[in-house]
Design a protein around this ligand. Structure first.
Ligand code: 6CS
Length: 319
């Protein structure tokens, strides 16, 4: 049996590492009865096209990041809201990765589109790489900021006065090079492997949002599998949770060093001042109403549930 796994990132990325480990464990635990083929970004199309291929069951497994998937399932855009998550990575990982409530709520939303949610995890904080520095919200005024294609991201950057430009991942480098855009956001590992730092002069760690992705499968395909194969899949993705967080952390750390080495001229703002961060936080608040407008009562409930879950873990940690 052949299973196909499409990822939204290139070879050497966090998603690639995830897919490789998935392949290894599935093949090993099925005693070689199942063979997994990985399709890296560029071989099958944009994120949106990959999701369509899952829908058509051309590929059985894929990564679907809310930054793009929000067009199909508006509620997942809750993951794109700024200053919603904790500053503490560990808390966020518990909320996203370990808490069964969130998994269940989201799986119900994915089911509406015949997808099955397998896993939610962070690939690291979004980091801005820009032509000009950003210290405070005003610095975004008129700036052409590339965003992923989910509509909420347009609202998120308009709230800071920017001119957001949605583009697929593959067009970001040339967009920066040709000055069609003035900046973009991605986790450090992606900035390194896509070379975005080559075509920008500033790198800014605002810790405004983590980059979250989800692993999905075609629901009919999954339901048609015999129970032991279903358990094989759910067992492997459960075992990947801790693994991928470790990979993510290492990749983001190592590649920041690589970026510094390759471009000593690059100016890095490692954190915003508390005042600036507060100003960004404030400016980002009205975007939550936009989210609710896009998603209705379901979205309102979801946002509340997520906020409560984050708060619970924050409180637990403080005790
Ligand atoms: O910015 C993007 O579009 C992409 N960034 C990452 C880190 N993964 C997939 C996503 O499509």
């Amino acid at each position: 049996t052949q299973w196909r796994f499409a990822i939204e990132e290139t070879i050497g990325s966090v998603q690639h590492q995830y897919a490789m480990k998935f392949k290894e464990l599935i093949e090993e635990r099925s005693n070689g009865e199942i063979e997994v083929t990985i399709y890296p970004y560029g071989t099958l199309g944009t994120s949106d096209q990959i999701t369509e291929l899952v829908d058509m069951e051309v590929v059985q497994f894929a990564m679907a990041s809310p930054g793009h998937l929000g067009k199909l399932i508006p509620e997942v855009q809750v993951f794109l809201l700024h200053f919603l998550f904790s500053d503490d990575d560990e808390i966020n990982n518990q909320v996203l990765n370990k808490d069964p409530r969130l998994q269940k709520t989201f799986d119900e939303l994915y089911a509406r589109k015949r997808l099955k949610l397998l896993s939610i995890f962070s690939e690291g904080w979004q980091v801005w790489t820009m032509k000009e520095p950003v210290h405070q919200p005003e610095d975004f005024s008129g700036v052409k900021m590339r965003v992923m294609t989910s509509p909420l991201l347009i609202a998120a950057y308009k709230a800071y006065g920017a001119s957001p430009t949605p583009l697929p991942y593959s067009e970001v480098y040339s967009g920066l090079q040709l000055n069609m855009i003035d900046g973009q956001e991605n986790p450090v590992f992606a900035i390194q492997e896509m070379n975005f730092y080559e075509v920008t002069d500033w790198m800014i760690f605002a810790r405004h949002a983590p980059f979250i992705t989800t692993a999905v499968t075609n629901r009919d395909f999954f339901d048609s599998l015999p129970p032991e194969r279903q358990q094989l899949v759910t067992g492997v993705v459960a075992d990947l949770n801790d693994y991928i967080l470790k990979v993510q952390k290492e990749f983001n750390q190592e590649r920041l060093e690589l970026i510094r080495k390759n471009k000593p001229k690059l100016k890095i703002i490692t954190e915003l001042t508390p005042d600036a961060r507060e100003a960004f936080r404030k400016a980002s608040q009205p975007v939550r109403d936009k989210f609710i407008k896009m998603t209705g009562e379901d979205g309102r409930e979801l946002l509340k549930e997520l906020q409560q879950t984050i708060q619970e873990y924050e409180d637990q940690k403080q005790q």
